[in-house]
Design a protein around this ligand. Structure first.
Ligand code: PLP
Length: 357
């Protein structure tokens, strides 16, 4: 009998799994930890899903996701052949590693950023080249002109919330021989993004998600835009029925009522200002956020304590026990009411702990 560990590939045995933000099983939490949207999806989404809950669920879904791709084509003035729908954008990131990176080939990404990139690189037994962001969270010059197979840039970035200008993305695409992946999970809280560069740069893939701005994290919907050649490659690797029938219907409806998303995104930008101002008043420093969360840095070392005290009060935020983030909390922009409760709680906790010194 072999020890069952030895059945696993050594690189899988070595790696640790990704740890997603907590999803508490009770629902009386104010959840500001995983960048979900505090507002419900469009009523049209709910209505169409309800209608679609019928005997047709015995049938496989459309493997081409044509309804969704046609809507995206119209929205971004691209051809449907330039887009692929994923089971969350996480699936698309996964497909990118499988299609573009071999064992021991290198992948560049800045630090700190979305930590799932590292997991995907380890899963592929590839090499990561981690290049620290500058102190102001701008991109180090070292990211430009490398010979890496793939470079990942989250723009706006998580957990910093900062955004790189369009001209930087353009210059980066220009400088790289390998693939540039711009992960625009938070773009709807920021600006127009980089889809319009895809026409000019055959080495660019722009990845987006409906989890955040469209309030559809539970439906698992992401998409990407790239040249037809790159999309055709990714297509070979995807599961044929990767998006279930109800999710396809949800995506179509969400795109048919895109104003609902835009209205919520504007509200979230407003609340983001209120949250940022409140945290600054309480002594935190924050890089300017272009996303639906803020990264708050405290200048004393109470961050973990604050996280724990908030959790006792049933408010969840994200704490990263990682280099350059130990003194930070990432707080998702909730509703105005949630943010007011959060700010009041922080003020109380800080006040109590200063009395105890
Ligand atoms: C949330 C997030 C994703 C994952 O989105 P899903 O579509 O829910 O899989 C990808 N990239 C970044 C930077 C994110 O923050």
């Amino acid at each position: 009998m072999t020890h069952s560990d030895s059945l696993l590939q050594p690189h899988i045995l070595r790696m640790e799994g990704y740890i997603p933000g907590e999803q508490p099983q009770e629902d009386n939490f104010i959840k500001l930890n995983t960048n979900e949207n505090p507002y419900p999806p469009s009523p049209l989404v709910l209505e169409r899903i309800q209608t679609a809950c019928n005997a047709d669920l015995r049938l496989y879904p459309d493997p081409n996701a044509m309804g969704v791709r046609q809507r995206l084509a119209k929205l971004f003035t691209i051809h449907p052949k330039q887009t692929l729908i994923g089971n969350g954008s996480d699936e698309i990131l996964n497909l990118i590693l499988r299609c573009f990176v071999g064992p021991n080939e290198s992948v560049v990404y800045p630090y700190p950023t979305y930590s799932y990139y590292e997991k995907l690189i380890q899963l592929q037994n590839a090499q990561s080249r981690i290049i620290d962001l500058n102190d102001d969270y701008t991109l180090s010059n070292e990211v430009f002109g490398t010979d890496a197979r793939v470079t990942f840039i989250a723009n706006p970035n998580s957990p910093t919330g900062t955004v790189l200008p369009h001209t930087t993305i353009e210059a980066l695409a220009q400088s790289l021989k390998g693939l540039l992946v711009v992960d625009e999970a938070y773009v709807d809280f920021s600006g127009p993004g980089s889809i319009n560069l895809v026409e000019r740069f055959p080495n660019l893939i722009v990845v987006r998600t409906m989890s955040k701005s469209f309030s559809l994290a539970g439906m698992r919907l992401g998409f990407c835009v790239a040249s037809p050649v790159l999309i055709a490659g990714l297509w070979k690797a995807k599961d044929h029925y990767n998006i279930n029938r109800l999710s396809l219907i949800a995506a179509e409806a969400a795109l048919d009522d895109i104003n609902h998303m835009k209205k919520n995104a504007t509200q979230i930008q407003d609340t983001r200002s209120r949250l940022s101002a409140g945290l600054k008043r309480l002594g935190f420093s924050l890089p300017p956020s272009a996303a639906n969360f803020v990264l708050a840095r405290s200048n004393d070392s109470t961050t973990i304590h604050l996280y724990q005290e908030l959790k006792k009060r049933r408010i969840l935020v994200r704490y990263f026990n990682q280099r350059r983030l130990e003194d930070c909390l990432r707080i998702t922009v909730g509703t105005n009411a949630e943010i007011d409760i959060f700010l009041t709680a922080v003020e109380e906790i800080l006040h109590n702990s200063s009395e105890n010194i």
